[in-house]
Design a protein around this ligand. Structure first.
Ligand SMILES: Nc1ncnc2c1ncn2[C@@H]1O[C@H](COP(=O)(O)OP(=O)(O)OP(=O)(O)O)[C@@H](O)[C@H]1O
Ligand SMILES: [Mg+2]
Length: 389
């Protein structure tokens, strides 16, 4: 069980703006921080406003306490001066306006968006998730926009900025804490959540007063001051909503009953939720894009750039880096050979083509990225890309 003591947030300093995540309405970005980790930065001055960041922190903490996987959330110090390295004026403005403290989530490299048509989750996960989203009034977990990622074959929760719907235009008083959350009817996993009542006491028991206090205490006081709401108001709200949970829980159970009845059983309801497919199954940010931006910016070394995201996560041993790079190199060769075949190159042209490839491999080897790179090339710490001290 996640204890209250694990909900405090680390603070990192953003060193580099790597690439925007154009999919996100709030223009989040992948950034690199001073611990060499890659993070998805949620800007304080994005359109959704500062309360979205409060929601990100509080709901993220509650989710973790309920045993739901959320990427590590950190506070990210952003130097407004970084705007100077970014060509896009819209992004420049956002960086300038959001100078100082923001919120960031550990970037899950290689993750794909959850697709209800193909990705399976356990009934335990579905029940836990629906219960949680009904508690924190999260409108952003529909089949159209699941805000779930599949990473290392597990579902991960992201993007809780649109939760805590009650706190927009909120003066801090608890009006109707047990109010059923009607948008739960659109929840992507509602049909799978067939044991909400059975799991209710286990889940509620996890949210002790200490856990609620810790989830709220993780919010920087300045965020709360800006929103004009005190930390205690959030704790009071959740305490009251948990005490009066019979109503909102029944609301979710009834919504599921309706969905199942209307669509002819749980399978039909699940199929309905699967009707809208995610746009693609590629990794959220193709690794090439992370590379390309680093090189375009003319910063970082070829050796450092390839592995920064893996080293950043710390969990990837150097051996895996080498295997990955060998695969990349093989892919490069295979693609080039296929292209040569497809174009039916004349002998001379094909030879030139292959000697270009050999040249490319020499460059990769020299920079420690090639298939034949010596072990030391990746075992040794890569040169740190130049950045602000
Ligand atoms: N931690 C992460 N690791 C990898 N990819 C992520 C992560 N967080 C977000 N993404 C990707 O970036 C996209 C946008 O992020 P997110 O949903 O948090 O932004 P948003 O602006 O709040 O989006 P929305 O359009 O849903 O309001 C996600 O759909 C996902 O593909
Ligand atoms: Mg989103």
């Amino acid at each position: 069980m996640t204890g209250a003591d694990t909900l405090a947030l680390r603070t990192v300093v953003v060193r580099r703006y790597v690439t925007p995540l154009r999919e996100g309405g709030s223009m989040p970005a992948v950034v690199e921080a001073d611990d060499l980790g890659l993070y998805v930065l949620k800007f304080r001055r994005a359109g959704q406003g500062g309360r979205a960041l409060i929601a990100e922190i509080i709901s993220g903490g509650i989710a973790r306490a309920l045993g739901l996987p959320v990427p590590e959330i950190v506070l990210a110090e952003l130097d407004a001066e970084l705007a100077r390295t970014e060509p896009d004026p819209e992004i420049q403005d956002l960086i300038r306006a959001s100078g100082w403290l923001n919120v960031a989530l550990d970037y899950l490299s290689g993750a794909v968006n959850f697709d209800p048509a193909v990705d399976e989750v356990t009934a335990d996960f579905a029940n836990r998730l629906v219960w949680f989203d009904a508690l924190v009034s999260n409108v952003d977990r529909t089949a159209r926009n699941t805000n779930l990622l599949i990473w290392h074959r597990r579902p991960w929760l992201i993007d809780h900025g649109a939760s805590l719907t009650f706190h927009h235009a909120w003066n801090g008083t608890v009006a109707d804490p047990g109010k059923p959350f009607a948008p739960i009817a659109e929840h992507v996993l509602l049909a799978r959540a067939d044991a909400l009542a059975q799991m209710d006491s286990e889940l509620a028991a996890r949210l002790t007063p200490a856990v609620l206090h810790a989830a709220v205490a993780a919010v920087p006081p300045d965020f709360l001051a800006e929103a004009g709401v005190g930390a205690q108001a959030y704790v009071d709200y959740f305490t009251a909503r948990l005490a009066d949970r019979a109503r909102w829980l029944q609301g979710a159970i009834d919504a599921r009953g309706c969905a199942v009845r209307l669509r002819g059983g749980a399978r039909g309801a699940a199929r309905g939720a699967r009707g809208i497919h995610q746009r693609r199954r590629d990794p959220v940010v193709p690794e090439e894009r992370l590379f390309a931006r680093r090189h375009r910016a003319g910063r970082g070394t070829a050796a450092g750039a390839g592995c920064a995201c893996r080293r950043a996560h710390g969990a990837t041993p150097p051996g895996r880096d080498r295997r990955h790079l060998r695969r990349r190199a093989r892919g490069w060769t295979d693609r080039a050979a296929a292209t040569a075949r497809a174009l039916s190159l004349a002998d001379g042209a094909a030879q030139r083509h292959h000697s270009n490839l050999a040249g490319a491999h020499r460059v990769m080897r020299r920079s420690g990225r090639g298939a034949g790179a010596r072990d030391g090339a990746h075992g040794a710490p890569a040169a740190r890309p130049p950045g602000p001290a």
